[in-house]
Design a protein around this ligand. Structure first.
Ligand SMILES: Cc1ncc(COP(=O)(O)O)c(C=O)c1O
Length: 430
């Protein structure tokens, strides 16, 4: 048996690739989330099904899943075949292609609360479009968002709660951002209806934007009745409710968190799991709310929107998810992983948070329910998590760097068994 503390894996080629990139690419990565990496941000050679191989030939059972998109696993043949066939037709026409209607019909057909959509490239830009539509519809300026939620990296929404000078004053998250943009945002603690009521009382809020299940700071479920309360407050104060399903969409089952939890927003955003790793994102809402976009009064544009290969991937992914219903099997596999990790990790203080669907969170701390970012911080020992993840990596298992695990239709019992055996060794080495 390998010693989990001293990896016998070599990362020499990843080191060399990283050094080469660092000379010409800031930090050697192209998304700051990837800056962290032990012993170095890894370079991958290929992926297939539930597995990834790095450039040193190390194999991983992959639960990072491209940060969520790979709901069918890597290189699903239905997707790659569709993309290959589509490439023969050309990629970008500065006009429409036939796949647009097919993709939109699949989305509108799967999600009964959506009548009409716009298609873009990333969750970030569709979240910004949602805020723009809400401002145009309400004639108001402010957006409410919640501590610990993530809606992309651009100035209008990459904003957190400052502790000073007032409880929920907004503050840009990194240097160089517009302070003026932050002034249009009110940041509240999630799962706290009183704070939201206070934020809405001014009558100047265009929209309330949230992840329906907090996934970007731990996995935190909405408290019973909370989403209904948010919806009622939004209606009372004339603000639109924007549900950001970039992670939960098509991952908490076909109808995402809104189907799972039974509460629907006015505007919904989907990305990640809709196109198996190709750049595709969707804003969905009523025909009426999208009408100003349709007549050009509210701008939405983009050179690369609806590129043929992305849409081919989107249509193929939708057809797999809708026609072949992989969710019962994904649920079974996820449940085995969650139960297995819970029984392995109890003594080591490993808690596994799972509310359903193809994702769960590992953290080190008491298993008491977590209801906010603050709770999560108090009940999650980051140092122990980092050590666990490092040992898991040496054992050939790769969740995301924040301890969130994405399960796919390609994870089978063999992958589960390899994972649990690796987790047992990793926990033993801590
Ligand atoms: C909930 C949520 N919204 C929006 C985004 C931004 O999406 P993208 O990275 O496609 O711009 C993310 C990305 O992780 C996300 O998790």
């Amino acid at each position: 048996m390998t010693d989990p503390n001293t990896s016998d894996r070599s990362y020499a080629h990843s080191h060399a690739e990283h050094a080469r990139r660092q000379a010409v690419i800031a930090g050697g990565v192209n998304s700051n989330v990837r800056l962290a990496g032990t012993p170095v941000p890894l370079t991958f050679a290929s992926g297939s099904g539930a597995y990834l191989w790095d450039v040193d030939g190390n194999r991983y059972v992959d639960y990072a899943a491209g940060m969520g998109p790979m709901i069918l696993g890597h290189n699903h043949p239905a997707v790659t075949d569709a993309v290959r066939a589509a490439l023969d037709t050309g990629q970008l026409f500065a006009g429409q292609n036939r796949l647009e209607a097919e993709f939109a019909e699949a989305i509108v057909g799967a999600l009964p609360w959506i009548e009409s959509i716009r298609i873009g490239m990333s969750g970030t830009e569709m979240d910004l479009l949602a805020v723009r539509i809400a401002r145009a519809a309400t004639g108001r300026t402010k957006a409410v968002r919640f501590a610990g939620h993530y809606h992309g990296w651009l100035d209008p929404l990459f904003i957190d709660m400052s502790v000073e000078p007032e409880p929920f004053g907004p503050a840009p998250l990194t240097a160089g951002q517009s302070v003026a943009a932050a002034a249009d945002v009110i940041v509240c603690e999630w799962n706290d209806l009183d704070q939201l009521a206070k934020a809405l009382a001014g009558g100047d809020v265009a929209c309330v934007l949230m992840e329906p299940v907090m996934c970007n700071t731990g996995l935190v479920a909405p408290a019973p009745g909370y989403l209904e309360g948010v919806q009622a407050l939004c209606r009372e104060h004339g603000a639109l409710l924007v549900i950001d399903e970039v992670i939960t969409g098509f991952r908490l089952g076909l109808t995402g968190a809104q189907g799972f939890l039974g509460v629907h927003g006015d505007i919904s955003i989907y990305a990640k799991a809709i196109a198996s790793g190709f750049p595709l994102a969707v804003l969905g809402t009523t025909t009426e709310l999208l009408a100003p976009v349709g007549r050009g009064a509210v701008n939405h544009s983009g050179t690369y929107n609806t590129g043929v290969s992305s849409l081919a991937a989107g249509v193929a992914t939708m057809r797999q998810l809708i026609d072949h219903d992989p969710y019962p099997e994904i649920d079974r596999v996820t449940r085995r992983l969650v139960d297995g990790l819970r029984s392995l990790g109890g003594d080591a203080g490993l808690a596994v948070d799972h509310i359903g669907g193809a994702l769960f969170q590992t953290r080190f701390g008491t298993s008491d329910p977590v209801s906010s970012r603050a709770d999560f911080a108090a009940r999650s020992d980051k140092t122990r998590l980092a050590r666990f993840l490092e040992l898991l990596q040496h054992q050939g298992v790769r969740p995301t760097g924040r301890g969130l695990w994405f399960v796919s239709a390609a994870h089978d019992d063999e992958a589960v068994e390899a994972t649990l055996a690796a987790a047992g060794r990793a926990l033993g080495g801590m």
